[in-house]
Structures are given as C-alpha cells and as structure tokens.
Ligand binder design. Sequence first.
Ligand SMILES: *Cc1c(COP(=O)(O)O)cnc(C)c1O
Length: 479
Amino acid sequence: MEAGKNKKSRVSAPAKQNLLRAIPQVDEVLQWLSADTDAPMLLIKQTVREELETLRQNILAGKKIGKNDLSKKKLLGQIHKRVQLKLGPNFKRVINATGVVIHTNLGRSLLPDSARQALVEAGTRYSNLEFDLDTGKRGSRYSLVEQLLCDLTGAEAALVVNNNAAAVLLVLDTLAKGREVIVSRGQLVEIGGSFRVPEVMVKSGARLVEVGATNRTHLKDYEDAISEETSMLLKVHASNFKMIGFTKEVSAEELVDLAGRCKLTVMEDLGSGCLIDMSRYGLRKEPTVQETVKAGVDVVTFSGDKLLGGPQAGLIVGKRDIIDCIKRNQLNRALRIDKFTLAALETVLRMYYDPETVVSRIPTLAMLTASPDIMDRRAKRLVRMVKKSLGEKCDIAVKVTGSRVGGGALPEEDLESRAVVLAPLDRTVNVLEKNLRMNPLPVIGRIEEDRYLLDMRTVADDEVPIIANILGQVFGVKL
Ligand SMILES: *Cc1c(COP(=O)(O)O)cnc(C)c1O
C-alpha cells in the first residue's frame, strides 16, 4: 500500500529539474509587482523570497506542481495573499462565541471600558510609576495598589507580580526554600498552561511533603508530617476540578490553628481570587479572598485575570512581616508587573469599593451573571438578521445550551445560555468552523453533534450584527 502511494506521487528527477528551472528569479517577480503594490519594499522582497522558496521545497518534495503554479498570475495572487497577511497584526481581536467566559486561550478576562483611558495614559504620558509625589523621592510601584488591596481583602499588606504562578513561586522561594512544605495529596493540581504545584515547588527549592489520600486528608495527617524541617502548610484551591463522593479536606481555620501551635506559616493558593460571594448571583460558592484572610491564613495568592476580572497579574496578600520579606526577595524584581497592568488593575480594584455595582461594571462578572433572557434576545436577533438570506445554504435555529466559567473556576458549573445553531447544507461543519476561524475578524464557536454553535453569553451586543455580516460573507449571500 505505502509503496504504491509513494510511486503515484513520485516526480522524476528530470521533471523536477525542469520545474526548478521554470521558477522565476526574485528580481523578475519584483518587477511584475512594482506597479501594483504600495506595501513596504522590505516586506515585499522577503515575501517573494519565501514564496519562491516554498515552491522550490514543494517541487523537491515531489508535490504535485504544474506549470500553471509557476505562472505570473498564480504567483502574484499567492504573493499578494502573503503580503496582506503580513500587513495585518498577528495579535488581534477575535469574537468569542464559545461561551467560555474566562477563556485562557482567548485572553481570559476583558477589562471594563473605563480602563481604556488609564491604559492609554500610562502608555503615552509620564507617570508616578516609581515616584512618591508626597516626598519627591523614589517610590514603589506596588504602593499604588497596596492600600486598595488591603481595604478590599482585609489583609495587612499586599504585593502584585506578573501572574499567580509567579506569586506562588515567589512566596515559596522566600519562605520555604530548602525546607519542607506540607500539602494534601488531593491538592497537587495541574492548571492549564503547565502550572503544576509539585513542579513549581521544585523550582522554588522547597521540598514537597504530600499527606493524606487522594480523596481524603485529615488534620492528623498534617500533624504527623510536621518535622524540624517544616516551614509551611500549603493549601491549594482545586479550582479546575471537583472531587465528589467520599472526600475530606482540612479547613483553612484548622490549618491556621495547627500552624499556630507549631510556629509554622500557612499559605493558600486560591487560584481564581474571587472578591465577591458569587452564590448571591446563583453560582456555586467559591471561597473569597476576604474569608481566607479572615480565617488567619498568613499569605494568600490569586490571579488578577480570573474571577477578579482584571489584567494578568498575581496578587499576594497577607501578614505584614511576611509580605515585607517577600518584597525584599531579589526574584521579585524579575517578576514585577508593568505600568499597563498597574493602570488596569487599579481601575478594576476600585470598582470593588461598590459591591452593588461591581458585577455590572466588570465584564467577566457581568457575563457570568447574565440572565438567559439576554442571551435569548441576542440569539434571536442574530437569527432574524440572517435566516432569510442563508436560505438553502444553512439551517439556523436557537438552542438552549450551557456555557462555562472557564479559567479553572467553578469547573462543574454549567450556566444556562442560548446558542445560535448552524447546520450548513453546502459544506461540512468543519469547513464552516474553519471559514469562520480564518475570517479577518475570526469568529470562534464550537462544534457539537455535527452542528456549529455560537454561544451568545460571550458575544457582546454590538458583535451580533458583525457576526451576521461575517455569516453573509462566508456563505456568499447578501443580507
Ligand atoms: C490559575 C491558577 C494558577 C495560575 O495562575 P496564573 O495567573 O494563570 O499564573 C495557580 N494556582 C491555581 C490554584 C490556579 O487556579
């Protein structure tokens, strides 16, 4: 079989030579191009070289290349396509129609519109980033959000670093390097993007001591594991999975009590970092940062861009002497946040001063708590805009579906939502998925049971007509 297949695609050596000789020279192609493009010359030259090199490689690999593929018209078409791609940004907006709110691959949390001004100003104007306006002396960038974090969480002191993985690493490196850290076996979690508690611990130089069984850990397990070498009891919030059945975890309060008796530190990695009680809005209860601080945990770490709904950051709050120690760690300098993060973080944190309005003002929270009517209206509007035009090309309907919190938070939670369901009749659902994904403004939905679903929870109202237009273009119909 294999041999037969090879034989079929094999191009003889002389034929290859002929084709290779027929590839035009770079200069020749540049002359063809000079009249009809105003793209920068450097980019054009590079693109022409790449295109001709691809052709050469394909010929050498025995791919089916005809004289037509070497024609002026075909080559110019290919080169123009490549140039267009290069002129556009690589990092760009997409429409998230997956229904996963905190979608790590699509940028996690969206900042509120009001952060725009702060971000632009931080980027285009000088600022007091590390300048104390009261004394006229050098200041600390962390001080700009420290008080806010203390007010909101009840902690004595706070520090912000690049992300939560960095926060965990920094705390362990400061407090537990070369010593033992006791963790429940059921909490040795892996978070998407290769963050694994045991591996971060190795990097920090702390020695992991696992206690308990996978499903159950008792206070006595911690007690028995404490030795001269122990520096810390670590609790990790199992944010992206849920254990059900015969399970037992030791509470933060119990750990704090035990640590107090043995003069140890208690750290909790909360992961999502919720500052409001989501159960008030019908979601499952996640421990809030305030509750964890109140329980007496010495140092708490959490993400800025998960349930908090801010920029990527790792927030560390806790007892003053411990935070002071962490601030002095040289590693901190390598993990520090930039001015854009600070600007966005301060804007978002300030919104939490008013717990009544915060849910509607922070996009992540607004999307998580949106009532099904909102998604229903969006879905019906989209269907209304395209149904007639799509006609024979695609069946379209509204369906009740479940969207996800994402970002490793509330893993079991299915939020009732509405999706627009597309069943294309002129192509496969995989081709439709690709067409939408490859659109200049990509639309990312999901395939379910051979249908294409656009979940309306994560689609903004002003994106509904945009999606309608894109569907019109993709199916080649006028709306
Ligand atoms: C998400 C998460 C992390 C990693 O946070 P990043 O901000 O993505 O670096 C660490 N620990 C837990 C428990 C998490 O849920």
